[in-house]
Design a protein around this ligand. Structure first.
Ligand SMILES: [Zn+2]
Length: 227
């Protein structure tokens, strides 16, 4: 899950929907949970849901961008922020792992409290919904698992392109492919050991928290975060 910074509030909002273009400009047109690029039906996501917490309905610091699947999985669950790990406050790259086929899990070696929060976050937004996972079968409208699988395959294809023809043009093409799909974390994972591609990804995806990466594009603890 890409760690992001939305920056300071661009204005005071009286209708949260007005924040949408600012969020897309700051964070890109990607769901902040499943990371898909979304042409339509990407929405202002309330970290604290607006029904049970109306005071934060129009509060910039409570906004992210969410797709319909992540939104509906999360629903109106009243969240205690500290029970989960959020992409706008933690280095979520250190929290979640992406593996062959685009499966999402917690990173190995997390301290038990962080592991519990990582798993709670995965469950909250439904990133564990894939065919064959008992009790977590996705609906036919939820193809996030499929998009992750495709992104993983596409990232590996890109990796082969670079291996066969390592030029500036090919590296630029890889970034364009990644931007078109979203799935920053999957491309970042597949391109382990390639700091140049990781740097290009970080710079190409608007709003990525630069503070979460060192000069070699390895992970750093997020200032002010738990990890
Ligand atoms: Zn999503």
């Amino acid at each position: 899950m890409r760690p992001v910074e939305r920056g300071d509030a661009p204005q005071v909002f009286t209708n949260y929907r007005d924040a949408y273009p600012f969020l897309v400009q700051r964070l890109g047109d990607y769901c902040n949970y499943c990371e898909r690029q979304i042409e339509t039906h990407l929405a202002v996501e309330h970290v604290q849901p607006k029904s049970p917490v109306p005071a934060l309905r129009n509060e910039w610091s409570n906004f992210l961008l969410g797709c319909t699947n992540c939104n509906s999985s999360k629903g109106d669950t009243l969240v205690v922020l500290t029970d989960y790990l959020w992409p706008d406050s933690e280095n979520t790259m250190s929290v979640f792992s992406y593996s062959e086929g685009g499966l999402v899990d917690h990173q190995d070696g997390l301290a038990p409290p962080l592991k519990a929060k990582a798993l709670a976050t995965i469950t909250l937004v439904g990133l564990d919904k894939y065919p064959g996972n008992p009790g977590r079968e996705p609906t036919s409208a939820d193809v996030r698992w499929q998009r992750r699988l495709e992104a993983w395959q596409k990232a590996e294809w890109c990796q082969r392109l670079v291996a066969e023809n390592d030029t500036e043009q090919v590296r630029s093409l890889v970034i364009e492919v990644a931007k078109g799909r979203g799935m920053y974390s999957i491309f970042w994972t597949v391109f382990h050991g390639d700091a140049d591609i990781r740097k290009r990804l970080r710079e190409a995806f608007a709003g990525t928290s630069h503070a979460c990466f060192d000069a070699n594009e390895e992970l750093l603890p997020r200032p002010g975060g738990q990890i």
